[in-house]
Design a protein around this ligand. Structure first.
Ligand code: ADP
Length: 873
């Protein structure tokens, strides 16, 4: 590995380290927050403290408790909870509880420990700040209501000395009221301590907002959702974004030209300095890598101005000096992108967006105006302090104020004769490509933190994409924000942000029924694990299941988008969220880019990527030219640097090859297929070719034909077994006689039935063969050639081979365990015997029985009788 590459690996933006390192600051760092209310857990402490001042109601000895018993109250609470969606908001924005309140059955949770369904956090320190603020308010209110010297009441001294000096009652220091309730006193003391701890945390971390750490995500249950992805800092920190996109640009120079040339300093210092050697003076913009709101950004034209203090990392970018102007002002776009899943990626772009203008007329950079931030930077935080700054008063007016509606500006650009549709297509393209570049790492973190989740719905994120347009109407990606501002400082802000939040929540499919179902599944799984009966999925089964849910969820989301559209009587153009990904067409369009992202991830991690979940059938993988063709047709390929070379043919292993290796390893076989096996196969193929050329093949019965369109030729080993054959297969019980019931086209797997009636679908057992390698067959009984109904008790309970199986249908809107797989996760008391027997019948994996396991394209169980009938000799 070259030194540069080795450095790269050290700089690995996908490293686990990033999970716990601070992320980019929240966009509204200094925004004090508009939520002034005391959080419910503290208000209850205050209520308790106050209640102690009232005389206690004393119940005479022996008197019955009131009618509403504790158990009754608990039942009522549980029944109430069963109908509600609980949300826990760590947010400083008032708009969040407001939007949540619009949903009929949503309710704010009373504490962070509640069994909430949705967790929203703007960014950790800002919520800490909000909490500290709330605590101050609570303490102040207690102080004033009791006329306390609260410092004395709540000082660590009073808290600490109490156990050692039982005679000293710290509360005696209180002036007027004595709080005799120990619990209330304890709560107030804890409040003070919590405040101290939080403010310590705040000062330690004064400069950063933290990404939501992985451990927080790991603790979530499968029905809970949170508004961040672990590892999203791969694009939300400026240096990571630059590094990841540059890696992709190396492979796809034309496709990834949508962000300005970027250098990460000090790593890329020497290359960056060379840029100043050009005869024509160029301008560069330098940004602190975790900055926000334009803080710490400056422009340079001379090499001497390159920063030398590298206590923190900087990102240098080529300055886009000819931006598109609105009324003479430079502007950028804030677009809201909902990512509601990472495997497969689920990306939606909201049609609402904001256009943020600089507040001084634009002039191209010269050495004299480099420091004029209100000319060159479009940040609201910078420009709002300009006396010339005007707030928008009419969201439909594309020429009103320094913050405008993106829709109004689109209309304005159309009127000016610009091709806005192509621009929109290019923006969508850059959003998808940016997210695809980090999909492997998002998926890796997601599955590592939540290995049991197959719904791909525990994380979502509303990302703020900052895009700038140049004079040729070319979009440039500047930055991706993980915590875009939801402050509502104008009517336009409120309109846009409310809609973004409301429409995002609508697409999350939060409903009590789904929660119940997932809780039930988790309970059953746990029970099975406790009994040692948990079924182990192979990766293919798992991916098939995930794919079914993905398809189902896509359908549901499309329905949701359409019904929202109907409810608001909107044309399809006006749909608020537009799906950018996934769809079978989009998957094919971005297949090659996605594969390259997987390769890069594997190279950096030195590992193997789990099989990506895709909506379209894996065999539909498009050829490389297809993508080029489709791009040419779409006309969205970027013009520009004509000297760009076409993507180099990949010399590394493709993702497909790597997946095959994993499959082989998962089966306990060596990573490489046996050489003699391939020779044997090729020998057989030659024989067949020979016989075909001599016309012998025409006389062969159709069943002897090689499997058509087989992806892996080692499945040919099973062609010599026919439906109805009685053969011996090896299980842990020894060689057992089975009848072949069906053959599965494409994979070469077979369905078999044991003598005791047990039925096994889609398996590739080791078959007893004679000296010539032919299967040892026994005489078939008369009914052996017909598919038998499976032994009803066992197989029915197993759920994997019932005599009249049905196609898998997810049963809830979020997707439930399909029937095909239901038997694996559900157990009943008397199914244990079956499971145990099946578990004993583990086929011995041997090199010669290399088993590619179930493909997404396998025949569904419903076609079992047909398959068997067709292939019966
Ligand atoms: P921050 O996170 O601090 O807002 P950004 O990367 O969004 O940092 O940059 C702040 C502003 O600087 C942008 O809104 C844009 O106006 C300007 N800017 C950033 N990068 C470039 C660039 N490469 N060319 C021209 N202007 C830029």
């Amino acid at each position: 590995m070259k030194a540069a590459e080795a450095g790269d690996v050290h700089q690995n933006v996908f490293s686990e380290e990033q999970l716990f390192t601070p992320d980019v600051r929240g966009e509204d760092e200094d925004y004090p927050g508009d939520r002034r209310t005391v959080p419910p857990e503290w208000s209850s402490a205050i209520a308790l403290a106050k209640s102690t001042a009232k005389a206690r109601e004393v119940r005479p000895v022996g008197e019955e408790a009131p009618a509403a018993s504790a158990a009754g109250r608990r039942r009522k609470r549980a029944a109430d909870r069963a109908k509600k969606i609980l949300v826990w908001l760590e947010s400083k924005y008032e708009i969040l509880p407001e939007v949540c309140a619009e949903f009929e059955n949503w309710k704010e949770a009373s504490s962070a420990n509640a069994d909430f369904d949705l967790f929203w956090s703007d960014s950790v320190p800002s919520s800490v700040r909000a909490l500290v603020h709330c605590l101050d308010l609570s303490i102040a209110s207690v102080k004033s209501s009791y006329h306390l010297k609260s410092d004395l009441l709540l000082s660590p001294l009073t808290a600490r000395c109490k156990p050692h000096m039982p005679d000293v009652d710290p509360m005696k220091t209180i002036d007027t009221v004595e709080i005799s309730d120990g619990e209330a006193r304890g709560k107030l003391t804890r409040m003070w301590w919590t405040r101290q701890k939080l403010s310590n945390l705040q000062s330690q971390d004064a400069n950063h907002d933290e990404a939501v750490p992985a451990d927080r995500f790991m603790k979530l249950k499968t029905y809970q959702k949170m508004n961040h992805f672990v590892g999203m800092s791969s694009i939300t920190r400026k240096n990571n974004l630059g590094r990841n996109l540059l890696r992709m640009r190396k492979q796809f120079p034309k496709e990834y030209r949508f962000f300005p040339d970027t250098w990460i300093l000090p790593t890329d210092m020497s290359d960056f300095k060379q840029q100043f050697a050009a005869a024509k003076k160029q301008t560069f913009i330098i940004k602190p890598d975790n900055g926000c709101q334009g803080k710490g950004i400056f422009l340079i034209r001379d090499v001497e101005k390159v920063p030398v203090d590298f206590s923190s990392t900087f990102v240098a970018q080529r300055y886009i000096s000819k931006p598109l102007l609105l009324d003479g002002y430079k502007f950028d776009l804030r677009l809201y992108v909902l990512v509601s899943g990472c495997d497969p990626l689920r990306i939606f772009l909201h049609r609402r967006g904001l256009v943020r203008l600089a507040s001084e007329q634009y002039v191209e950079p010269t050495k004299n105006n480099l420091s004029e931030v209100m000319v060159h930077l479009t940040n609201y935080a910078i420009n709002k302090s300009n006396p010339n700054f005007e707030e928008n008063t009419n969201p439909d007016d594309a020429q009103d104020g320094h913050k405008r509606s993106w829709e109004a500006v689109q209309d304005h650009l159309r009127e000016e004769g610009h091709d806005v549709d192509t621009l929109l297509a290019e923006i969508e393209d850059l959003i998808v490509k940016t997210l695809i570049a980090v999909q492997p790492s998002l998926s890796h973190f997601y599955h590592s933190c939540q290995p049991d989740d197959v719904y791909n719905g525990m994380s979502f994120e509303i990302l703020g994409f900052d895009v700038m347009l140049d004079q040729k109407l070319q979009p440039w990606l500047l930055e991706v924000n993980h915590a875009p501002s939801f402050a509502t400082e104008s009517e336009l802000d409120r309109l846009v942000k409310e809609e973004v939040l409301r429409d995002s929540f609508n697409l999350l499919d939060l409903n009590p029924e789904a929660r119940r179902q997932k809780k039930r599944e988790a309970r059953e799984k746990m029970e099975q694990r406790a009994m040692g009966m948990a079924k182990k999925y192979c990766i293919e089964d798992r991916v098939t299941q995930e794919r079914e849910f993905a398809l189902f969820r896509t359908q549901w989301e499309d329905q949701q988008l359409r019904s929202a559209e109907r409810a608001r009587d909107m044309s399809s153009f006006d749909r608020r969220y537009k799906r950018l990904y996934p769809s079978p067409e989009k998957e094919k369009e971005y297949w090659q880019v996605h594969d390259a992202a997987i390769n890069i991830w594997e190279m950096l991690m030195g590992g193997t990527f789990r099989r990506a979940v895709r909506l379209c059938d894996p065999v539909e993988k498009p050829a490389i030219e297809d993508r080029a063709d489709s791009k040419a047709r779409a006309g969205s390929a970027k013009t520009g640097n004509e000297k760009d070379e076409p993507p180099k043919p990949e010399t590394k292993r493709t993702a497909e090859e790597i997946r095959e290796v994993v499959e082989r390893l998962a089966q306990g076989c060596s990573a490489r297929p046996r050489r003699n096996a391939s020779r044997r196969r090729s020998g057989k193929d030659e024989e067949k070719e020979e016989s075909a050329s001599t016309g012998a093949a025409a006389e062969e019965p159709p069943a002897e034909k090689p499997q058509p369109t087989e992806k892996r030729s080692h499945t040919n080993r099973y062609v010599d077994v026919q439906v109805g054959d009685v053969i011996k297969v090896q299980t842990n019980l020894g060689w057992e006689t089975v009848t072949v019931r069906a053959k599965r086209p494409g994979t070469g797997k077979i369905d078999i039935q044991f003598k005791d009636g047990e039925y096994m679908r889609a398996v590739m057992p080791r078959i007893l063969r004679n000296g010539e390698g032919q299967p040892v067959k026994e005489a078939a009984s008369a009914e052996a050639s017909q598919p038998l109904p499976a032994a009803p008790g066992r197989v029915g309970r197993l759920g994997v081979g019932s005599s009249a199986p049905t196609a898998p249908v997810p049963t809830s809107t979020t997707g439930a365990v399909p029937q095909k797989l239901a038997g694996y996760s559900r157990g009943s008391s008397d199914s244990s015997a079956v499971v145990t027997l099946s578990a004993l019948r583990i086929f011995t994996p041997k090199a010669e029985a290399v088993l590619p396991t179930q493909e997404a394209g396998d025949e569904p169980a419903s076609e079992l009788p047909t398959v068997a009938a067709q292939e019966s000799p």
